[in-house]
Design a protein around this ligand. Structure first.
Ligand code: ZN
Ligand code: ZN
Length: 342
C-alpha cells in the first residue's frame, strides 16, 4: 500500500500537515467574533483611485525572446509572466468583484491594469487555489473561449474536476505539491512545479478543503521564479528555496492580514513575507501582490507596502531588489547569465 502524503486527509479532504503557529479560529466561532468586532471597530476607509495611480506596462507583443523575462502586475494575484518565450497568467481575475455574486462582494479599487483582450496570447494559466479573489469563473470562461484547448491549465489537486465543470477538459494538469509540469518554450522546456503553501479552499458552503492549494516555481530560459499564491507564514520556505531555488524573482502576498488572531493561519503580513523571502535564499527581486486591489480584511488597504518597505530596510536588504509595483508596472530581469547563487 502506498503511503498517503501528510497533507492528504483520511477523509479525502486536504489539510495543513504541520502545526500552526497561530491556532485556526474559523471553527471556534471565530467568524462571528470577527464580524462582531468589525461592527464596534471603525475601519480605515477604502483608497480612492487616485491613491493607486496606474503603472507603465512593458509587455512584449506577442511574446518576449526566450531569454527575456518580464513580470507585469495586472492586480491582486494576477501577473502576466513572460518567460522562456511563453506567456503565463497567474490567478487570472478580470472581473469587478471577487465574489460568487455579480452585485455583491468585494469590488476593485482600480480596474485590471490591462484588459484581458489587450493581453498578448496566453499559453498557460497557473491557479493557486479556488477562492473567489483567485479563481474567477467569468475570467476562466473568457480565457477558454479565446484559446480553447491550446491553453494549458495548471492547478493543485481537485481543480481539474471544477474546470471540467466549466467545459475545460483538455490540457489540464491537476498537480500535487512537488509535481512538475513541462511546457514547450521557445528555446527548451519551461517547467512549473507546484509547491506547498499554508491555506485552505472553499467555494460553496458545502465544501471545505476538497481542493488543494499551492504555490509555484516557474523555470525556463535560465531563470527561476516563485509565485507564492495565498499563504500564511509557515516553516516550509527554506525547503522550497533549497529544492526549487535559487529564485531570480519571488511574487509574495503581503495583504489581507488583520486581525492577526483570525487571519494569521491563512495570510502572511509584510514582515512574514520578508522572512519567507530570506528563508528561500534571500536573493532576487521581491514583488509584492495580494494588496491594493480588493478589500478582504481589516487593515488599511494602503498599509501593506509601507510596512513592507520598513521590514525590507530593517533587514538591510538591497533596495534594488524590492519592486513595489503600481498596477500595470513591469519588472524586467536583466539579460545574460544568472548571477551566481549564494
Ligand atoms: Zn485564499
Ligand atoms: Zn486571496
Amino acid at each position: 500500500m502506498s503511503e498517503r502524503p501528510a497533507h492528504h486527509g483520511p477523509d479525502g479532504r486536504f489539510r495543513i500537515p504541520w502545526p500552526l503557529e497561530v491556532p485556526d479560529q474559523t471553527r471556534n466561532g471565530g467568524v462571528l467574533r470577527w464580524q462582531r468586532e468589525r461592527l464596534s471597530t471603525p475601519r480605515p476607509p477604502n483608497p480612492r483611485p487616485e491613491q493607486l495611480p496606474p503603472g507603465t506596462p512593458d509587455v512584449a507583443h506577442p511574446r518576449a525572446a526566450a531569454d527575456d523575462v518580464r513580470i507585469t502586475w495586472i492586480g491582486h494575484a494576477t501577473f502576466l509572466i513572460q518567460l522562456g518565450g511563453l506567456n503565463l497568467l497567474t490567478d487570472p481575475h478580470f472581473s469587478r468583484r471577487a465574489s460568487p455574486l455579480r452585485w455583491m462582494g468585494p469590488s476593485r479599487f482600480v480596474p485590471p491594469a490591462i484588459a484581458l483582450d489587450a493581453l498578448p496570447p496566453i499559453d498557460a494559466v497557473l491557479l493557486s487555489h479556488d477562492h473567489y479573489d483567485h479563481l474567477d469563473a467569468p475570467t476562466v470562461r473568457r480565457l477558454h473561449r479565446a484559446y480553447g484547448d491550446e491553453l494549458a491549465w495548471i492547478a493543485p489537486l481537485g481543480h481539474a474536476a471544477w474546470l471540467a465543470g466549466m467545459g475545460i477538459r483538455a490540457n489540464v494538469h491537476d498537480v500535487d505539491w512537488w509535481d512538475t509540469v513541462e511546457l514547450r518554450g521557445a528555446a527548451g522546456p519551461v517547467t512549473v512545479t507546484c509547491a506547498p503553501a499554508q491555506h485552505w479552499t472553499r467555494r460553496t458552503m458545502r465544501e471545505f478543503n476538497n481542493r488543494l492549494w499551492g504555490s509555484f516555481a516557474i523555470r525556463g530560459g535560465n531563470r527561476c521564479l516563485y509565485f507564492g499564491g495565498d499563504s500564511g507564514y509557515f516553516r516550509g520556505y527554506e525547503e522550497i528555496g533549497a529544492r526549487l531555488g535559487p529564485f531570480d524573482a519571488v511574487m509574495m502576498p503581503i495583504g489581507a492580514y488583520d486581525p492577526r488572531w483570525f487571519m494569521a493561519p491563512a495570510h502572511m503580513n509584510p514582515e512574514e513575507a520578508v522572512r519567507a523571502y530570506r528563508e528561500m535564499g534571500g536573493r532576487g527581486a521581491f514583488i509584492p501582490m495580494h494588496w491594493g486591489t480588493f478589500r478582504l480584511t481589516d487593515e488599511d488597504p494602503l498599509e501593506p507596502p509601507v510596512r513592507l518597505r520598513k521590514a525590507w530596510a530593517d533587514e538591510h536588504l538591497p533596495g534594488d531588489d524590492l519592486h513595489v509595483l503600481r498596477h500595470g508596472d513591469t519588472v524586467r530581469l536583466a539579460h545574460g547569465p544568472r548571477a551566481p547563487s549564494k
